[in-house]
Design a protein around this ligand. Structure first.
Ligand code: C2E
Ligand code: MG
Ligand code: MG
Length: 518
């Protein structure tokens, strides 16, 4: 994934995460409001229904007492008794007595206004007749509940059932199971009441959340309006805001850490290895005696997905310290065998050399892979030289073991950058080597006719070790002549050709460009 894409993904993940956290927090706040409201309503409705039941029980007992009374109903004593019932029974506002369905007296005294008793709309289980919302004698504008037993009649103020100290936005109603409500519920609430008949116990409807409880002959409904709930929601959101902000902050921090980690050089290199972005360029190696291109050095190149090519000095140090060098070596081996298999098998090219790192030498894991790959395309082991530098031979025993194994398998071993390390001659003599590659730094100081003691000494050392020589970094004809005169067999350098991709290299050996030019 490219850098820009990782950053874009990180930003998208942050925005999405924060949006989800905010949505989740809001949803949680809403659920809490619903839960608290439902609990509040539940408590309220239970209290109200309990109070209503108690009130009806008191009224029924008062009616029974009046019916049992030996006093003549509309006598002075009888009216006094009715008055006492009205005063003593909290919810009862008035008591009346009927003869042939017409009120003849009440707790207020005798009456001859010929007021008809209201027909009972339903009867309770105890046999009491009930009329809801009847106009009382004194203040007909305020509807009352009428309770009847035989000739006696009680008027009960519906407000008594309903909490007078309700919290703002809370409504309460008491009604019959058939949906006749006592008193005058407020307009919006009345609308809800018309539609909740037989609905579940707690629900949301028409902007109200309500709780309904059926008890005895009655049902009680408590409800809270949408405005009140929104008010509660804001309060809940304010309480949850620190948690939401903390979670959003943690999420952004985690995303930022992840993005930074994905953009670290190691993560980028790890992805490149996983994507198989490593291949090889080939630099021609010539036989200095006749000027023929007899081989090539495979030099690793990181071809990024955007097409750019990264040089080894930019990534090899990290690859070596992180251990990623081993899969990179594997990719180079696979590339070389795939790309040069035919050319080597046909003899057009005698060899290709592959560079190994300290970790490759220490583990020796490259060898079975190399054997498998070269055998698959029919390359002889002799055609693949292995280059090691002095710095990659840290553990002399492990190096000895690995190089001996490779040599036994048929691979010639070259000591790269020879002369730049500090190994003693004795030390080098113990290693199973075939070639020395004279380092570019020595070659570049050469000019024809001027002796260079250091290079001469290096060449002498190689001879003493009975090794073939490859001079690196030949850039001028003078350098070439100098090396030729001293019997250096092979050479590579910009004078002959830089490291190049496969198709250019194949064209190079087909045309033998350098020879033609010389
Ligand atoms: P090296 O193995 O000594 O390879 C020779 C380096 O010198 C190459 O650089 C090559 O392009 C450069 N060179 C060749 N001729 C000339 C010349 O005439 N003038 C100048 N100025 N430079 C010349 P490159 O490709 O950048 O590789 C650098 C080093 O990276 C290599 O040095 C080698 O140590 C390492 N390397 C390259 N490929 C691999 C690989 O596949 N595995 C491992 N472990 N190391 C590799
Ligand atoms: Mg090399
Ligand atoms: Mg070298």
């Amino acid at each position: 994934m490219s850098r820009a894409r990782i950053v874009r993904t990180g930003i998208a993940a942050s925005v999405l995460g924060v949006a989800l956290i905010l949505a989740g927090t809001s949803y949680l706040a809403w659920r809490l409001v619903l839960q608290h409201t439902a609990e509040r309503l539940e408590t309220l409705v239970r209290l109200a229904s309990q109070r209503a039941d108690e009130t009806f029980a008191q009224a029924a007992s008062a009616l029974r007492e009046l019916n049992r009374s030996p006093l003549p109903p509309c006598s002075v004593e009888g009216i006094e008794e009715m008055r006492l019932v009205a005063i003593d029974t909290l919810a009862v506002k008035a008591v009346g007595y009927v003869e042939e369905e017409v009120f003849v007296c009440s707790s207020w005294g005798l009456t001859d206004r010929g007021i008809q008793r209201w027909p009972a709309e339903f009867r309770t289980r105890e046999g009491l007749g009930v009329s809801v919302n009847v106009p009382p004698f004194v203040a007909p504008a305020k509807p009352m509940l009428s309770l009847q037993d035989a000739a006696f009649n009680l008027l009960i103020d519906p407000e008594h059932f309903l909490e007078t100290s309700l919290a703002p936005g809370v409504s309460l109603a008491l009604g019959t199971p058939t949906g006749q409500w006592l008193g005058k519920p407020a307009a919006g609430f009345a609308q809800v009441l018309t539609r909740i008949h037989g609905e579940p116990q707690t629900a949301l409807r028409d902007g109200y959340i309500y709780t309904r409880v059926a008890h005895g002959n009655w049902q009680t409904v408590a409800a809270v309006s949408r405005e009140e709930m929104l008010h509660d929601l804001w309060r809940e959101l304010l309480m949850l805001a620190p948690l939401g902000l903390l979670l959003a902050g943690l999420w952004c921090w985690a995303v930022e850490r992840r993005v930074s980690a994905s953009l670290s050089p190691l993560a980028v290199l790890t992805r490149a290895v996983a994507n198989g972005e490593f291949s090889a360029f080939y630099q021609p190696i010539l036989d200095l005696r006749d000027g023929r291109c007899i081989g090539a050095e495979a030099l690793v190149r990181w071809r990024r997905q955007d097409g750019s090519v990264v040089m080894p000095d930019r990534f090899l140090p990290l690859a070596e310290t992180s251990g990623l060098i081993e899969p990179i070596t594997s990719q180079v081996i696979a590339t070389v065998c795939r790309e040069l298999g035919e050319t080597l098998a046909s003899g057009q090219l005698q060899h290709v050399s592959i560079n190994l790192s300290a970790r490759d030498i220490a583990s020796a894991a490259y060898l079975p892979h190399l054997t498998r790959e070269r055998q698959r395309v029919g390359i002889a082991a002799q055609a693949i030289w292995l280059e090691v530098t002095e710095s990659s031979l840290l553990s002399i025993d492990a190096a000895h073991r690995t190089l001996a194994q490779s040599r036994e398998a048929g691979h010639p071993i070259a000591l790269d950058d020879f002369g730049t390390g500090y190994s003693s001659l004795q030390y080098l003599r113990r290693l199973p080597l075939d070639l020395l590659k004279i380092d570019r730094s020595f070659v570049q100081s050469l000019s024809a006719g001027t002796p260079c003691p250091v290079t001469d000494h290096t060449i002498a050392m190689a001879r003493q070790l009975e090794l073939l020589m490859v001079a690196e970094g030949i850039e001028t004809d003078e350098q070439l002549q100098y090396l030729r005169q001293r019997g250096v067999q092979y050479g590579q350098g910009w004078l002959f050709g830089k490291a190049m991709p496969l198709d250019e290299f194949l064209a190079y050996i087909a045309g033998q460009t350098w020879l033609a030019a010389s």
